[in-house]
Design a protein around this ligand. Structure first.
Ligand code: CA
Length: 432
């Protein structure tokens, strides 16, 4: 049994992607009002992408509401085929709403540099002493744990898990549409209405009626396009590289006992890897950008320069670079040293890769639940066996390597013309 009140009147949020987000349950309304959920307003959904696509200022708050709304509609559609218990319905809605609650600002970069993982914080926010936990516990005692299990994919309720994290889930469907809308690109569009209408149950999984195959093909191609045109855009990655290097520099300086004009406060706990939940929740993008503003005035030239670059969008230039070119890499590295441009901060190889769709390969890393089609005779078939389009890109991982460097600084090497010419020459040759 779960305890849930209905609101006297339905509440709505105006939303540019779904037109309206509808809330009828007091539990959901109260979750949205918690300080941990409101914090998501201060974290951009796409990290540094706003430096490439200026419209990409949307927050994880709006995305989370969107995932909730898609889930609400899926559950509403499914009511005609099956009777969901009130508990299952509320679990699905709560997990959809909270699936990103553990994300911090620029979280991919933070996770990489400080070896954090947002899954751990998601669990702490749901199970720890938080407003979110207080609200969830009112439904029933077990409720927080059940929500956490669905998000962590350890729940026995496979159907709810797959609706939130599979190759066609409420999370992906919202972020593709939302990110396309806010970046202003047209690639991310697909027919959400149609997909929702052809979703069915089969045992404990979601399948797609075979007549809806083309809508799913479109969705997969959208995802493929969005990754390469938006998510892995080399300019956003340049900003990410600089962000990463700022954090590295601050960590290095702190360990050397450097006297900061603006000491890195709460960052200290990140350096030691012992971050408390309250410290983590304090962090949002305004907080970080405040420090970057201040650090522009530090005596340490590298830190000040990197912070100016990030704040004023003076990003690194880039070129294709094959990481197998070890000899070229070392030559460049030495040339940078000679020119007194610290290669550990100013010569960075960055790689991105994505697998647009994959069929089932048990036991492999990143094992994925495939998309199944429900055929007219009642059988299910894995999507890439039916769709030539999907078959063509299935299981094919594409990787992109780029070398980042401050071209402006190299061109300014007026006192060391020989080093400058050497580097410029090497960069010209070095591309693949
Ligand atoms: Ca998400």
């Amino acid at each position: 049994m779960v305890y849930n009140e209905k609101l006297h009147e339905e509440k709505v949020f105006k939303d540019p992607v779904h037109r309206y987000v509808h809330v009828r349950d007091k539990l959901i309304w109260d979750l949205i009002g918690t300080k941990e959920f409101q914090r998501l307003r201060r974290i951009r959904q796409l990290g540094t992408t706003y430096l490439t696509f200026h419209g990409a200022e949307h927050s994880r708050f709006s995305h989370s509401l969107g995932v909730y709304e898609i889930m609400r509609r899926i559950i509403e559609n499914f009511q005609q085929f099956t009777n969901w218990s009130e508990e299952e319905r509320l679990l699905g809605l709560s997990a959809a709403l909270l699936h990103d609650i553990g994300h911090g600002p620029f979280s991919h970069t933070f996770e990489k540099v400080f070896h954090l993982n947002h899954e751990k914080f998601t669990e702490e926010i749901i199970l720890g002493e938080t407003e979110v936990n207080t609200v969830l516990s009112k439904a029933n005692q077990d409720f927080p744990q059940q929500v956490a299990d669905i998000i962590a994919k350890t729940s026995k309720n496979k159907l709810l898990v797959s609706l939130i994290s599979s190759q066609i889930d409420a999370d992906r469907m919202d972020y593709l549409l939302r990110d396309a809308y806010f970046t202003g690109v047209s690639y991310g569009q697909f027919d959400l209405e149609r997909i929702l209408r052809v979703m069915r149950f089969y045992d404990d999984q979601v399948v797609i009626k075979s007549t809806g195959m083309h809508a799913v093909e479109h969705y997969i191609m959208s995802r493929y396009q969005m990754y390469w045109q938006v998510y892995f855009h080399p300019v956003s990655r340049s900003a990410e590289v600089i962000l990463r290097k700022i954090l590295h520099r601050v960590k290095d300086l702190a360990s050397q006992g450097y006297a900061f004009k603006q000491p890195p406060d709460v960052f200290h706990s990140f350096f030691t890897g012992k971050v408390s939940l309250s410290e983590y929740l304090q962090l949002d993008e305004s907080f970080i950008l405040y420090f970057f503003q201040k650090w522009q005035a530090e005596d340490d030239e590298i830190l000040a320069d990197l912070c100016r670059r990030f704040t004023n969008r003076k990003l690194f230039k880039y070129m294709e670079f094959n990481p197998m070119q070890v000899k070229e890499w070392y030559e460049l590295y030495e040339a940078f040293q000679e020119a007194q441009i610290d290669p550990d901060y100013y010569l960075i190889l960055d790689s991105s890769s994505d697998l647009p769709y994959d069929f089932y390969r048990p036991g492999e890393e990143e094992e994925r639940i495939p998309i199944q089609l429900l055929m007219p005779n009642g059988d299910v078939r894995e999507l890439s066996r039916e769709s030539e389009l999907v078959d063509a890109i299935s299981g094919k991982k594409r990787t992109d390597h780029k070398l980042y460097f401050p071209l402006d600084q190299i061109e300014d090497l007026s006192t060391n013309r020989a080093a400058k010419l050497r580097i410029v020459e090497m960069l010209k040759r070095g591309g693949t």
